[in-house]
Design a protein around this ligand. Structure first.
Ligand SMILES: Cc1cc2nc3c(=O)[nH]c(=O)nc-3n(C[C@H](O)[C@H](O)[C@H](O)COP(=O)(O)OP(=O)(O)OC[C@H]3O[C@@H](n4cnc5c(N)ncnc54)[C@H](O)[C@@H]3O)c2cc1C
Length: 240
């Protein structure tokens, strides 16, 4: 939402005929606070930052219906909307549904109960963690689960016992637009511009080659001094 807000406000001056009400942004969230992955303090920080820009919230609410013109919440409230970004989860791959039963829980070793030789990991498995919860479906976990499951399969083939998956997580960073972010890294809370620089650096470091990293770094450095570089692609030249 933060990115969408920045994009719209960066380009709205290209549309001088757009008069009247300003674009409206509403976050509908089933939880009682934003960003439950972060500490309450950082969740409130995010809410304050986004709210300060005029982004509205409907917390503890669910969308019950969406049409091309509006969305309806379970409270009965209707919000006029032409753009709906749905981020509230997905559904398991049909193949996974064929071979595993909901809720797709596996052993801590990532073995599928009742099916010897079948292993599940990443987004398609609920892997128990030592605190009684389950590991979150994120890439930082999936990458490590992949290595752990390979070691476990080799162990079983070699006649050894597989070991439970254990990973404490590296941290969480979330961009809040306007060159701010919030996050927790190694148990430490970070927010504001420093967190945003960290967020960008982490994703830069994940790019696959030095050439790509340099290209993106150059682009991002130019972004600091020039306005957003936008292009409108359309088949209709009248709008070009
Ligand atoms: C928009 C978005 C943003 C995200 N941002 C982050 C982030 O910032 N940080 C983070 O840690 N995580 C993030 N995640 C989560 C992260 O992407 C996933 O947790 C991670 O990719 C899961 O890895 P996976 O290997 O389980 O599944 P996937 O990466 O989905 O890989 C599954 C693969 O299986 C293939 N496949 C599907 N069906 C078949 C079939 N029948 N036969 C063969 N192959 C098949 C698919 O094509 C795919 O390549 C994000 C996810 C989304 C959607």
């Amino acid at each position: 939402m933060a990115e969408l807000f920045d994009l719209v406000h960066d380009v709205v001056h290209f549309y001088p005929r757009l008069h009247g009400p300003q674009p409206r942004f509403v976050i509908v969230h089933a939880g009682e606070r934003l960003l439950p992955e972060l500490s309450p303090m950082l969740g409130l920080y995010a809410q304050r930052k986004l709210g300060g820009r005029g982004i509205e919230f409907r917390l503890g609410a669910r969308v019950s219906k969406a049409t091309a013109e509006d969305i309806t919440l379970d409270s009965g409230e209707t919000i006029p909307s032409r753009t709906l970004a749905w981020t509230a989860g997905n559904r398991p791959n049909p193949l996974v549904q064929q071979v595993m039963q909901p809720p797709f829980a596996v052993e801590p070793t990532m073995q599928v109960p009742g099916t010897p030789g079948l292993w599940a990991l990443g987004d398609c498995a609920r892997i128990p963690d030592p605190t009684g919860g389950v590991y979150p479906p994120t890439a930082q976990h999936a990458i490590r689960e992949g290595k752990a499951v390979a070691r476990n399969i080799a162990a079983v083939l070699g006649g050894r016992r597989p070991v439970p998956f254990r990973f404490g997580g590296l941290g969480v960073l979330v961009s809040l637009g306007h060159r701010t972010a919030a996050g927790e890294i190694g148990g430490r809370r970070v927010s504001g511009f420093l967190a945003w620089v960290l967020w960008r650096s982490v994703y830069l470091s994940k790019l696959p080659s030095v050439e790509k990293r340099l290209r993106v770094l150059a682009d991002r450095t130019l972004d600091l001094v020039f306005p957003r570089d936008i292009a409108l692609s359309t088949k209709d030249d009248r709008h070009a």
